[in-house]
Design a protein around this ligand. Sequence first.
Ligand SMILES: *Cc1c(COP(=O)(O)O)cnc(C)c1O
Length: 428
Amino acid sequence: MNHTQSKAAFDEALKVIPGGVDSPVRAFKAVGGYPPFISHGKGGHIYDIDGNAYIDYVQSWGPLIFGHGDPDVEAAVIETVKKGLSFGAPTLLETELAKEVLELYPFMDKLRFVSSGTEAVMSAIRLARGFTGRDDIVKFIGCYHGHSDSLLVQAGSGAATFGSPSSPGVPADLTKHTLLAEYNNLESVKKCFADSKNIACIIIEPIAGNMGLVPADEAFLKGLRELCDAHGALLIFDEVMSGFRAGLNGAMAHTSVVPDMATFGKVIGAGMPVGAFGARAEIMAKLSPEGPVYQAGTLSGNPVAMTAGITSLKKLKAAPELYNELEAKARRLTNGLQLAAKEAGVAIQTDVRGSMFGFFFSATPVKNFADAAKCDGGFFARFHQGMLEEGVYLACSLFEAGFISTATTDEMIDATIAAAEKVLKRIA
Ligand SMILES: *Cc1c(COP(=O)(O)O)cnc(C)c1O
């Protein structure tokens, strides 16, 4: 595979953009080499500026559940663009998308739109603090909730990939209210509540996708609910990644535990910048302008972005059986990876939640970040490089989940498995 153009483009970008990228996870630092520069995507494939095609399991890090260039989303967005890009005034589209989301999450009465997952979680935390009148929050090691100050502690994903679990520039005064607990370990959460009487909320990815794919155990989630109820704290599900991905109503399709608030991003904007957070009316009433907790955004609820979300959610709701098909494809892939690894004598763990899949080259199950961090990063990097050369675009870090889209065909999956067999045999 020839990467001459991408290499030149990356060198050029490095001169004007730190690390050559606008989000660190794109830089391929953990796996080495140059990131392909993308010219376009179609269905299940992306194409780089050297003309190479890749089967895409990143899908813009989750949003594109219908794959690239979905004709319905594209047509609706173009229609809206013609009417104007933004007004900074209410449109019908915001109410429409809010209703589409709320219908899927009955515990929420109201929702507010923002422009990213980071903003959604940051605002939800502020609201939880404002509602409870408390300052502390409980966060899990390895969960990522965006890059806002108080959440950038042991944050998995890009932060873990770059070995900067917390970041310079974040004052200790801002993170001292962030209590850390271990994922799937209820005792560690009990300890937080023993240490602090000032806990506003627990924030969790109910299906973690930022330390690789690591779902929370049902008993663990139940325990969190009980602790929150016993101490008057709010339980927040960060569904920025799992929402409309793990199922039509995200993690709710996999657990009976009901949170107090949820945050959204990624699929809710179908590739456009959208985030949202919601809760029952009593909590949302604290939000400005109804209540005193301030939160705002010039481009929040942007009509073009709302249109992409509405079109995408309506399509998903019209065909809920899609999730069974996506899950079957994800299992076809992980079963194939299991076999390929076995043949090559490589230990592997795999998991699937709806259209999300994950794999770890590990002999033992991965339940938390410490387990994930034990995996051999060098081996993952060789696997990633090998797969890329075979035309398979996987997330460039072992701490990321993978995604199946409706445009990912069985043929693409079988080609991916064949590539994995070849690469694993070579590097094992
Ligand atoms: C991606 C992600 C975020 C941050 O969303 P951005 O749109 O990148 O700001 C927050 N939480 C989770 C669980 C995510 O996966």
